[in-house]
Design a protein around this ligand. Structure first.
Ligand SMILES: C[S@@+](CC[C@H](N)C(=O)[O-])C[C@H]1O[C@@H](n2cnc3c(N)ncnc32)[C@H](O)[C@@H]1O
Length: 281
């Protein structure tokens, strides 16, 4: 077992025996914050579901487009649930580039490597005055909202962009994701955005459906089991929001730019995403 990633030692309390979604996803994106167990798992996942790396890249590009679109609408505060390792296309870097220093970013992840690495990056970049990491499970909205990092950075009188990007498929039915989404939505100030993307196979053909199902089954052995949901379930999470055009679509099709065009057909059937704006009262 490799016990180091890059040159950094394993942070205390990190499980290197089982793959973690954060580190495997980092590997899909060609990042370096992963262990051998994650890379081996990722290789097997690619054999089962060849589109997975392309899908991760397309999802990440969509995240970037959301952040830029939100900033264009005047939103400068971001809470990124299940943020992962903030390397490739990091939210805080996009925010810094496009808000002339006015932005605030709270990264939330319950995975130790993602949180430790996030803190390290923000420290090294001198960004801790306006960006921070909360290592709390997203199934605990109060824990996140009451964390000192959140209370110091977020002004609840101003709109917030709440990002739940490729993360709610890790929340099983027993944890009532519908209710969780409702609770977060109730806390957001008017004018806020809720952006969500989710793994899916309801639009895939027979072979694609099977590939995704095998991929989902393989995640049962990780620290983060996966659940599939269809388009109507994702649609229902935007009840009470103004669903922004183009609605609930594959990540490749949400306001695509030139960058999004690569490998579109290969990954299109495997995700749903949408963005809702909370109406003013
Ligand atoms: C597939 S990655 C997505 C990363 C990033 N949001 C993106 O789309 O580029 C999912 C992330 O969600 C995190 N995660 C999974 N379940 C979580 C939970 N219950 N609470 C907080 N984070 C969670 C994982 O640790 C991982 O970093």
């Amino acid at each position: 077992m490799t016990t180091e990633y890059g040159r950094a030692p394993v942070p205390a309390g990190i499980d290197t025996e089982r793959p973690s979604a954060a580190r495997v996803y980092d590997w899909y994106l060609d990042g370096k914050m992963n262990y051998r167990v994650d890379r081996e798992f990722g290789q097997r996942a690619v054999e089962q579901f060849p589109a997975v790396k392309g899908l991760a890249v397309a999802n990440r590009k969509w995240l970037g487009r959301i952040v830029r679109n939100a900033i264009d609408e005047g939103i400068t505060q971001f809470i990124d649930l299940g943020a992962g390792v903030p390397t490739v296309g990091a939210v805080h870097e996009i925010v810094q580039e496009h808000t002339s220093g006015a932005g605030k970013v709270v990264y939330v992840d319950n995975e130790g490597v993602a949180a430790a690495h996030g803190r390290l990056i923000l420290n090294n970049q001198g960004a801790t005055d306006w960006a921070g990491v909360v290592q709390v499970d997203l199934r605990d909205p109060d824990g996140i909202m009451n964390d000192s990092v959140t209370t110091q950075l977020i002004d609840w009188n101003e709109p917030v962009c709440l990002l739940a990007v490729a993360v709610l498929h890790f929340v099983g039915p027993v944890d009532q994701p519908d209710e969780l989404v409702r609770v977060y939505g109730a806390r957001l100030p008017p004018g806020s955005w809720f952006a969500c993307s989710h793994l899916a196979n309801d639009a895939a053909d027979g072979d694609g459906k099977l590939q995704v199902q095998r991929f989902v089954d393989s995640y049962q052995e990780t620290q983060n089991p996966l659940w599939l949901r269809d388009r109507s379930e994702i649609m229902s999470w935007f009840d009470g929001y103004e669903l922004l055009p183009p609605g609930v679509v594959p990540v490749t099709d949400w306001r695509p730019d030139e960058e999004a065009a690569k490998d579109i057909e290969q990954v299109r059937p495997y995700s749903w995403c949408g963005v809702g704006r909370k109406p003013s009262i």
